[in-house]
Design a protein around this ligand. Structure first.
Ligand code: SAH
Length: 395
């Protein structure tokens, strides 16, 4: 019987009976090619197959292999044997009264992170993605900061957040008109620059023109200030840069954004100025959370202007979003407007970010999951206890 599979006989004979399926949802192009090679696809066909699969997975968003009509039936069956197109488990999906949507996504036992879709932000709507489960930074006003780092998300796990949103918004196949989701912001849980390789690979995948196709300028990466990696982020991704500034002097910033003790304002600004491609059409966004009586004086607005001299910048004033147990209050509306007015008069566009999705704890800095990193010993203890409970007959 002739076979239509792109697989050499030698590779077929050596193939173990049932190797684990590889999930192609979220996979990067290089790793897709490597996987095809590993599965024994003939080298001369690897590129062609990778391109075909790529379009089905990322342009059409298909969830199974049967619909891949330009691939022969036998080959499709082989793909279905080797691969899957699994979306992650969504443990909670909430919709705010203002249309903001939040998904709590499960990446494994005790490993959950949030993704938020915010309509009417950016060109049409923005997706706020997480790069880590938990965070190491401990910014004092941030809810995620109260959760220890569980782990970095893989690039595939980051990409899957976009796929989940595209599924829910019914935005397959990729179209350039009337998209509801037009911008991606790495402003969810975690510090993207502490997971730089995976963030870069995820950006390569979501920006690829034959797939999900987000222009790199519509992808923004926000950092609390991992200075040495800032220029590298620009070189590797060409993405837009956002900086969580929040204070205009080292004393206050050391206190509320503790990474400042490692990279102070001067070091941070040298790194920002080295970000490639900055100019009028590519400005750095400075995020500034408005904390009542902490960083919201007119003098600080003026300091901010001095600090930003020489950097093509826009400023995003973020009214502080409270969370259970937070020690700050949001500045009064009038104070925020006065602060913005000083910036506007100095020529900065400084929109006040309308709080979105507060009712579902989806606003900036409110994200937190219950996930905790368990030590292996604790995990074993918990497993033993669960097993003992199972073995004990009910009374
Ligand atoms: N670690 C990265 C990515 C997180 S972005 C960074 O710090 O940039 C999340 C943004 O929301 C940051 O600007 C953060 O400082 C801000 N933020 C955190 N807690 C907030 C809160 N309670 N209210 C308003 N903004 C907050």
């Amino acid at each position: 019987m002739t076979s239509h599979l792109d697989i050499s006989h030698a590779a077929r004979d050596e193939r173990p009976t049932s190797p684990p399926k590889v999930n192609l949802a979220g996979v990067g192009l290089e790793s897709l090619r490597a996987t095809l090679e590993e599965r024994g696809v003939e080298p001369r066909k690897v590129n062609m197959r990778a391109r075909q699969l790529w379009r089905w997975v990322y342009h059409y968003g298909v969830r199974d292999f049967s619909g891949m009509t330009d691939i022969g039936k036998d080959q499709r069956a082989a793909f279905a044997d080797w691969f899957e197109l699994e979306r992650p488990n969504i443990t909670e999906a909430l919709v705010s009264v203002d249309g903001t949507r939040k998904w709590l996504i499960e990446y494994g036992p005790n490993t959950e992170a949030e993704t938020v879709f915010i309509p009417d932000v950016g060109r049409a709507g923005a997706l706020c993605v997480s790069s880590q489960v938990g965070c190491t930074l401990n910014c004092t006003f941030c809810h995620t900061g109260t959760q220890k780092l569980v782990r970095n998300l893989t690039s595939a796990e980051i990409v899957r957040q976009v796929m989940v949103a595209r599924d829910a918004l019914d935005e397959w196949p990729t179209s350039n008109e009337n998209r509801k989701l037009t911008n991606i912001v790495f402003m969810g849980m975690g510090e993207p620059l502490y997971n730089l390789d995976n963030v870069c690979e995820a950006i390569d995948t979501i920006s690829h023109e034959e797939g999900i196709s987000f222009g790199r300028r519509r992808i923004t990466v926000s950092t609390a200030g991992v200075a040495p990696l800032i220029p590298e982020l620009g070189k590797r991704t060409n993405a837009a840069l956002a900086i969580s500034l929040h204070a205009t002097n080292d004393d206050l910033r050391n206190e509320i954004v503790p990474i400042n003790k490692k990279y102070d304002l001067q070091t941070l600004f040298e790194a920002i100025k080295a970000y490639p491609g900055l100019g009028n059409s590519k400005k750095v966004t400075f995020e500034y959370v408005m904390l009542k009586g902490v960083n919201d004086s007119i003098a600080e607005a003026k300091d901010l202007i001095r600090l930003l001299k020489g950097v093509p910048a826009k400023i995003n004033l973020i009214p502080f979003n409270p969370w259970p147990g937070s020690q700050y209050e949001c500045s009064d509306w009038e104070t925020i407007e006065n602060f913005a007015e000083v910036l506007n008069r100095a020529g900065y566009s400084s929109p006040i970010r309308t709080p979105r999705g507060r009712d579902i704890l989806a606003a900036c800095g409110q994200l937190r999951s219950e996930s905790v990193k368990q030590r292996a010993s604790e995990r074993r203890k918990a497993e033993l206890a669960a097993k003992a409970a199972e073995d004990t007959p009910a009374e």
